[in-house]
Design a binder for this molecule. Sequence first.
Ligand SMILES: C[S@@+](CC[C@H](N)C(=O)[O-])C[C@H]1O[C@@H](n2cnc3c(N)ncnc32)[C@H](O)[C@@H]1O
Ligand SMILES: [Zn+2]
Length: 174
Amino acid sequence: MSLPSLASLDPDKITPFVRDVVLPCIEFEDPCVAPGASAFRIAMRTSVIHRWGVFAEERIPARRKVIEYAGQWIDPWEAQRRWARPRAYLFRFNDDWIVDGAVGGNGSQYINHSCEPNIKVRRLGRHILYFSKRVIEAGEELTVDYEFSADSKRVDCYCGAPGCRGTINVKPKR
Ligand SMILES: C[S@@+](CC[C@H](N)C(=O)[O-])C[C@H]1O[C@@H](n2cnc3c(N)ncnc32)[C@H](O)[C@@H]1O
Ligand SMILES: [Zn+2]
């Protein structure tokens, strides 16, 4: 079945639920990294970890800003509503703010999780910056530790790292 183009939808007939929840989880075309989003050559490809992932196309030195996590800033109530999607691209900035990469994202929302990641997150002001933890060679998939809460639903991990903890969730604190 072919999807209608976004431009053909009548804005007056779109309910807030369809606009905010349904439409952002429909892939009208293959995802890509937005041009200019990174100072390095990185690209979207299919991943052995999960569906799509983001890959280095050139060597990235250690401790360099690779990309900013972009998207719409929403509150926890709105984030809860958007979890209804089959796929969510929600980055928890703090207790008050979540960034929805499905709306206005630049491709960084497709970076998969690894238990031994090559990217680390730095929060600078109202920016979520992804920095290289070490040298990343051309061809490597970019990965970050999602650190899902120990209290949230367990998600099995397929990162394949030698030290994989088996789940994207962090271990419960004792
Ligand atoms: C923000 S998406 C990442 C992009 C995703 N690969 C895609 O194409 O939509 C996050 C979801 O990807 C999946 N994922 C990412 N890393 C994973 C991993 N190491 N093991 C299993 N699933 C993973 C999980 O379903 C997770 O909730
Ligand atoms: Zn893992």
